[in-house]
Design a protein around this ligand. Structure first.
Ligand SMILES: Nc1nc2c(ncn2[C@@H]2O[C@H](COP(=O)(O)OP(=O)(O)OP(=O)(O)O)[C@@H](O)[C@H]2O)c(=O)[nH]1
Length: 202
């Protein structure tokens, strides 16, 4: 039987508590949004397969808790990630300032070649904006990474952001060996539900 996908990429979302990491993943994987805030405990993942450059890319997207008290658990997952998405909230200046700390955490805990992407979420809340697009553009340029403003609520740029990161990883992996990518520790998969779309390890 033909394989259901050509590549499996493991992505990780990090950023301060409340910036919208869980909502971005739910929007991407299930095309849904909920205003209720339930803080992530530990770590969690969802899956969606996308078509990129004629290849079926299965994205295993890991959601980390932004709260400091879960740092030891969450940083343990950086190493296996092929792409890390740094998220801040455009209405929360502190969450943007903290991106520098999250960058440092990647440097300390992730694999050297990991692809990174910066997202300014909640861009539907223009009236409450505290972080200008130019500030984030500058930061992204300094780090040599891509940047999008997104809204998990309106869907704005959510698919585009995940696809762009997947494309960058695909291009990079093409220059190494093809078919690489099962980065998930096999033991983690044991706690998945039947559809294999949601796991809880917290
Ligand atoms: N207006 C608006 N609200 C959002 C958006 N994304 C998330 N929210 C809201 O922000 C709150 C926090 O969202 P979460 O996705 O749980 O945040 P998180 O980053 O996963 O938080 P932790 O799990 O604590 O790290 C919730 O009340 C969401 O409804 C968005 O794009 N626009």
């Amino acid at each position: 039987m033909a394989k259901a996908y050509d590549h499996l990429f493991k992505l990780l979302l990090i950023g301060d508590s409340g910036v919208g990491k869980t909502c971005l993943i739910i929007r991407f994987a299930e095309d849904n949004f909920n205003n209720t805030y339930i803080s992530t405990i530990g770590i969690d993942f969802k899956i969606r397969t996308v078509d990129i450059e004629g290849k079926k890319i299965k994205l295993q997207v890991w959601d980390t808790a932004g709260q400091e008290r879960f740092k030891t658990i969450t940083t343990a997952y950086y190493r296996g990630a092929m792409g890390i998405i740094l998220v801040y909230d455009i209405t929360d200046e502190k969450s943007f300032e903290n991106i520098q700390n999250w960058m440092k955490s990647i440097k300390e805990n992730a694999s050297a070649g990991v692809e990174r992407l910066l997202l300014g979420n909640k861009c539907d809340m223009e009236a409450k904006r505290k972080v200008q697009k130019e500030q984030a553009d500058k930061l992204a340029r300094e780090h040599g990474i891509r940047f999008f403003e997104t809204s998990a609520k309106s869907s704005m740029n959510v698919d585009e952001a995940f696809s762009s990161l997947a494309r960058d990883i695909l291009l990079k992996s093409g220059s190494r060996r093809s078919g690489n990518g099962n980065m998930a520790p096999s033991t983690d998969l044991k706690t998945c539900d039947k559809k294999n779309t949601k796991c809880s390890l917290g």
